[in-house]
Design a protein around this ligand. Structure first.
Ligand code: 13P
Length: 245
């Protein structure tokens, strides 16, 4: 199981340090459940220092596909690695819809992350309209294929996939576990045998009330938590649920 917390663009440095302290002070040392948190770029160094001995990993919410140079405002994968990151989110729906990321740029970022040894978490998911038109599987498969074409099946399978239906993000309306499981099964079959160990996470309005029902589904290997990861007690409750499995 893997439980990830995407802090998005929330909090000031003192809030990030406070939250990291709270998470680090709880004993999740011997847990089989992996925990990864994604603070805003500016807070990564401080957070990473606080949680480094607490069996909690840190990641970036985005990265550049480029290595270095004249790219004002961008952050490279190597920079993330350098400040203590092990993971990076790639193609989050907010990046795709609000910041114009295309299938190609997402695929290039995924490749850049693998290149330096960061584990990319590829976010896929359909909009409400696509959902209502019954196009969920088609959209998700297209998003996976774009990355597979760039890094190959082996490359795709060496990262992590997060299924996050857009209609569920920040709405309080999580997918039904059976709905999510059916998409996860499609993702799993697309990965084939090289993907037998690839983690496929669910994200979208997860909280301590609905996470366990999600986590017990066969092809759901954990969660990518947004809002509920900003409250230490709630996030720790979700981690505890994952630890039961
Ligand atoms: P919420 O848990 O706030 O719905 O956000 C999910 C998400 O986008 C995580 O990346």
């Amino acid at each position: 199981m893997l439980v990830a917390g995407n802090w998005k663009m929330n909090g000031l440095l003192r809030d990030a340090e406070y939250l990291a302290d709270k998470l680090a002070s709880r004993n999740i040392q011997n847990s089989k459940t992996e925990v990864v948190i994604f603070p805003p770029f500016l807070h990564i160094s401080a957070v990473s220092r606080i949680v480094q001995k607490a069996n909690i990993q840190v990641g970036g919410q985005n990265c550049s596909a480029l290595k270095s140079g004249a790219n004002t405002g961008e952050i490279s994968c190597e920079m993330l690695l350098d400040v203590g990151c092990s993971h990076v989110l790639v193609g989050h729906s907010e990046r795709r819809s609000l910041h114009g990321e295309t299938e190609t740029s997402v695929a290039n970022k995924y490749a850049a992350a693998l290149d330096v040894g960061l584990t990319p978490i590829l976010c896929v998911g359909e909009s409400l309209e696509q959902h209502d038109l019954g196009k969920t599987q088609e959209v998700v498969l297209r998003q996976l294929s774009a990355v597979k074409e760039t890094v190959g099946l082996g490359g795709l399978c060496s990262g992590i996939i997060a299924y996050e239906p857009l209609w569920s993000i920040g709405t309080g309306l999580a997918a039904l576990p059976s709905q999510a499981q059916s998409v996860h099964q499609t993702i799993r079959s697309c990965l084939g045998s090289p993907g037998a160990k690839t983690r496929v996470l669910y994200g979208g309005s997860l909280n301590s009330e609905n996470s366990l029902a999600m986590f017990v589904e066969k092809d759901i290997d954990g969660g990518l938590v947004g809002g509920a990861s900003l409250q230490s007690e709630e996030f720790l409750r979700i981690i505890k649920l994952a630890e039961q499995l």
